[in-house]
Design a protein around this ligand. Structure first.
Ligand SMILES: Nc1nc2c(ncn2[C@@H]2O[C@H](COP(=O)(O)OP(=O)(O)OP(=O)(O)O)[C@@H](O)[C@H]2O)c(=O)[nH]1
Ligand SMILES: [Mg+2]
Length: 199
């Protein structure tokens, strides 16, 4: 029996060392990579079932945002959805994630881009946390207007949930865009896709 499939390109973005590769490898291969090997660019494919439908995800694990340079515009324009990662142990990475989000919205020139904000390394809660869960949720809710979760690539906390949510965001955007095309309304009609919630 043939099944309807969808192929979505998802890019994982954020500062160096926040755990983009660890999250991606944990999601795709089910293992935690404890050593740090800075990424240039890696791509992965994985099937994921979301709400009864199968999706083939092309996941681009990018270099830290400090190293993106010429790749940035290509990434921002080609991806269907963005997983924006910071580390709860780094305030700078939290600021960086907010800047990246605003850059994506500027380059795409629309504010309903599918984005999920992720505070990774939540297993380091007791010892090293500097960004509170409240601060992450507040920024997602009131400023970036996207879903938010904390995760741990190490303990596989909320890893699959991140990718399920980005697929749902992409699907929601498709519905909104199709409705807009049908009704012929202008581009600035768009609103952000959903309110923030903690996964
Ligand atoms: N405790 C803990 N460590 C993590 C977690 N995720 C990643 N790390 C560690 O943080 C370091 C950096 O992780 P990477 O996944 O390589 O970071 P990255 O964002 O891909 O870094 P770049 O490729 O340089 O941009 C590694 O030593 C990981 O093992 C996590 O959830 N918890
Ligand atoms: Mg990496």
């Amino acid at each position: 029996m043939t099944q309807n499939t969808n192929n979505y390109k998802i890019i994982v973005l954020g500062s160096s060392g926040v755990g983009k590769s660890a999250l991606t490898v944990q999601f795709v291969q089910g293992i935690f990579v404890s050593n740090y090997d800075p990424t240039i660019e890696d791509t992965y494919k994985k099937w994921l079932e979301v709400d009864g439908r199968r999706y083939l995800l092309d996941i681009w694990d990018s270099a830290g945002s400090e190293q993106l340079l010429g790749m940035r515009d290509r990434y921002y324009s080609e991806a269907h959805g963005f997983v924006l990662v910071y580390s709860i142990t780094s305030e700078t990475s939290f600021q960086d994630a907010q800047n990246i989000c605003n850059e994506i919205i500027d380059i795409r020139d629309r504010d309903d881009v599918p984005i999920v904000l992720v505070g990774n390394k939540c297993d380091l809660d007791d010892e090293e946390r500097v960004v509170s869960k409240f601060a992450g949720a507040r920024v997602a809710n009131y400023e970036l207007k996207c879903p938010f979760t904390e995760s741990s690539a190490k303990n596989r906390v909320n890893v699959e949930e991140i990718f399920v949510e980005i697929v749902r965001q992409i699907n929601r955007q498709k519905v909104i865009t199709d409705d807009k095309v049908r009704s012929g309304s202008g581009r600035k009609w768009y609103r952000r896709l959903s309110k923030c919630y903690i996964l």
